[in-house]
Ligand binder design. Sequence first.
Ligand SMILES: Nc1ncnc2c1ncn2[C@@H]1O[C@H](COP(=O)(O)OP(=O)(O)OP(=O)(O)O)[C@@H](O)[C@H]1O
Ligand SMILES: [Mg+2]
Length: 302
Amino acid sequence: MNTVAATHIETLPLFRRGKVRDVYDLGEHLLIVATDRVSAFDVVLATPIPEKGKILTTLSAFWFQKLKSEVPNHFITCNFQHFPRECEPYRHLLQGRSMIVQKAQPIMIECVVRGYLVGSGWKEYQQTGSVGGVQLPAGLQYGDRLPEPIFTPALKVHDGHDQNVSFEQLQQHYGETLAEQLRQRSLWLYHYAADYLARRSLILVDTKFEFGFDAQRRLLLIDEVLTPDSSRFWRTADYEQGKRSTFFDKQVLRDYLATLKEWDRQTPIELPSRVVQEMAQRYRQLFEMVTGMRWGTQRICG
Ligand SMILES: Nc1ncnc2c1ncn2[C@@H]1O[C@H](COP(=O)(O)OP(=O)(O)OP(=O)(O)O)[C@@H](O)[C@H]1O
Ligand SMILES: [Mg+2]
């Protein structure tokens, strides 16, 4: 199986190498390549996960296509036949794991939407009774569904942890109109996706979106959408049985890392093959539950 931990496309200028994705500059467009790198706590681990980049690219493409008529987004194609000629020598690296998108001027905000009380939101609620400045009813338990989904934006910090910002700070920095647009669009997307996923026996616990402006200053949904790298999921059946700590995404990895008492959350350690295999399987299962298609037979990104 061809696992790709990094790409070096010499015929194209590198735009940015992120934790997980390598991005190349095509002028008006970008080529986003999802590698098989995996990160946890903002650290890229030393062992790639076979097919992860392909699965995440295909899932994002699935959502971008589905959302096309509802929310303007940056997706152009993930069909290798439509890629520029310079990509041809790198077909073995790129095909199935990369997409061409409209280049945008990114808004440096992670538009987080939370539907349930978990993770850092739960910690904050226990201390303050609110999450991201949104006051919540008293007496909620870990994993409870929130009365309604909430928008808790965070400032994107390259090479560091993102910082939560209040909606008021967002308004001050970006103006009321844009702040409100980001909030409404993110909440709409959460509702749309959560309704769809509920019909597929999945719960969208929380997720984050990124937006940017195109050359005409139109707001575009960019980056990746509704993947296990940008979202947390539960299987409805697990949740109903009270298994609220078993997320159906990168949980296998988080559980393994939690057993390493010595790990400093900085060193890019190797992963045992059991963890790698379980993660690869989990990504495939999630893809199949979300799309209703068999991984390996689908033809979304050819
Ligand atoms: N259409 C677009 N135009 C410009 N930049 C984009 C577009 N879509 C995604 N990006 C950027 O490409 C990068 C993708 O890389 P990746 O997400 O792996 O990086 P990262 O290490 O998570 O860093 P970041 O904190 O910036 O997300 C991100 O910085 C994202 O904001
Ligand atoms: Mg990112």
